[in-house]
Design a protein around this ligand. Structure first.
Ligand code: GLN
Length: 487
């Protein structure tokens, strides 16, 4: 077995026992990236030099017998919308093609203090808007299971890098499904924490009331380890919540006998491919075999989640993206004759099609005369969606559904059809609207491609969904399979 194939927790033990050095592990990943990334195209920026420097620092501390934190010396990579001090943070946008932040995001600082070794920054849909990674202004990332297919999005680089073993774990962001949907497409585990569980300070904002940062890894245990390192209150983010963070690795122990799991029927609509449905239903059966009490339930407002999301998210985006005017950041049009023309040309060229579509929809929905009809209405519907979850969680410990209605689709298949693209997030968007945590984990294959199962939990009960996911994973054999496209 190659060093890049080990899980985070296995690497952690090997490093602690001095079976390997962080330099050896880091070099193994850097070589892997050199060999494979030409095909997968997960990385926008590689930071090999900095990575080796950090690895050596960790190794020398270990040699001196210093006590080191849990992720010390383990190589990882970050979605390119997480600010990294003095290292380019592009959001896969022409607008930020050369932007080097003067500070790091809180999660980046936390991982750094935890001894993490950063290999680089990962591709994404521009400003995290998309479901296939094809909206990157630089290039499209490919699915390691089939290089002709998309890795999902917007955190496509983060999912593909973990699947192709180009990083032992990664971070992404999830506004409407951007961690869970690519995790599902690439056959890896991805967790969107509760809104407020992880600080958003230094995450380039898309839709501030929905965005959350979360981990990708090859196992549930690894996701728990990484979540532990990034969770917690941060005075720099007023929406991060000051409540204790449980021990997530501890919470994985024990069985799921007697746990109550709801299966919302609205998450199994006619559009759902029958293969995906079969695979997920088999997964649910397995949870039942493990002792969970499984029951069908109803979440009556589910059908309104996607349309509501496509009012709320663009509205917030139109406001958040007003700052990219050519004055403060990155790209600036050079030929404009006056300042107004400079704003207009910069924004016209700096943003791609999808981002401009969102800004227009959002500005329209917020404009006087339409605000009540669209934005205010959407906020009211959002409350109804949240109430659906609240009443479901009075009865159930968690809810299980498919992560996405289909497996990874072909590159180019949906680029000209925004609605078809938006539908990939049909089952992931509700969790963001309600602010609850949700995880996607591999539960089988359809057409030789991975299918993800989504487990949604009560606000701040990440430990419950991690426990159910871990119980499932221990009793399944989908983990550790090698993606065909990169072997
Ligand atoms: N695909 C959804 C969108 O384009 C979700 C994106 C995300 O979660 N960042 O808005």
């Amino acid at each position: 077995m190659e060093l890049y194939e080990y899980s985070v927790s296995a690497l952690k033990k090997m490093l602690q026992n001095k079976k390997v050095s962080s330099r050896e592990v880091t070099e193994a990943f850097l070589d892997r990236i050199e060999i494979i990334d030409g095909k997968v195209q997960a990385y926008i920026t590689k930071t090999a030099e900095e990575a080796l420097k950090k690895a050596d620092e960790i190794d020398s501390k270990r040699q001196k017998g210093e006590e080191l934190p849990s992720l010390a010396g383990i190589p990882m990579a970050l979605k390119d919308n997480l600010c990294t001090k003095d290292i380019k943070t592009t959001c896969a946008s022409k607008n930020l093609y050369n932007f080097k932040p003067p500070y790091s995001a809180t999660v980046v600082e936390k991982l750094d203090k935890n001894g993490a070794v950063m290999l680089g920054k990962l591709n994404m849909d521009e400003f995290a808007m998309g479901s296939s990674c094809e909206n990157s202004r630089f290039f499209s990332t490919r699915n390691p299971w089939d290089l002709e297919r998309v890795p999902g999005g917007s955190s496509g680089g983060s999912a593909a890098a973990v699947a192709a073993r180009e990083a032992s774990y990664t971070l992404g962001s999830d506004t409407g499904g951007s961690i869970r949907q690519p995790a599902s497409f690439c056959g890896v585990v991805g967790l969107k924490p509760t809104y407020g569980r992880v600080s958003r300070y230094g995450l380039v904002a898309f839709a501030s009331s929905l965005d959350q940062i979360g981990p990708f890894a090859n196992t549930v245990e690894d996701v728990a380890l990484v979540l532990q390192a990034i969770a917690g209150h941060d005075p720099m983010d007023s929406t991060s919540v000051d409540i204790p963070v449980p021990d997530y690795s501890e919470a994985l122990q024990g069985d799921i006998k007697g746990m109550k799991i709801g299966i919302p029927r609205e998450y199994f609509p006619d559009e759902l491919s029958s293969d995906v449905k079969d695979v997920v239903q088999k997964g649910i059966k397995k949870l039942e075999d493990l002792g969970a009490i499984v029951e069908e339930c109803s979440m009556p407002h589910t059908e309104y989640a996607l349309p509501t999301y496509y009012i709320v998210a663009p509205a917030e985006a139109s406001s958040n993206l007003a700052r990219y005017d050519g004055v403060r950041y990155g790209y600036r049009d050079k030929d404009a004759k006056n300042v107004l023309e400079m704003f207009m040309k910069t924004r016209n060229e700096g943003f791609g099609e999808e981002v401009k579509r969102r800004i227009m929809i959002g500005t329209y929905a917020l404009s006087s005369g339409y605000y009540d009809a669209y934005y205010l209405k959407a906020l009211k519907v959002r409350t109804l969606i949240r109430r659906d979850f609240e009443s479901a969680f009075e009865k159930y410990d968690c809810l299980v559904s498919p992560t996405s209605p289909s497996v990874a689709f072909k590159l180019g298949d949906r680029v000209d059809d925004p609605l078809a693209m938006y539908l990939s997030d049909l089952f992931t968007v509700p969790a963001n609207m309600a602010g609850i945590p949700a995880i996607s984990l591999p539960c089988g294959f359809s057409e030789g491609l991975p299918v993800g199962m989504q487990i949604m939990g009560k606000a701040f009960a990440e430990e419950t969904i991690l426990k159910v996911a871990h119980a499932f994973e221990k009793n399944s054999d989908f983990q550790g399979q090698k993606p065909r496209g990169v072997e």
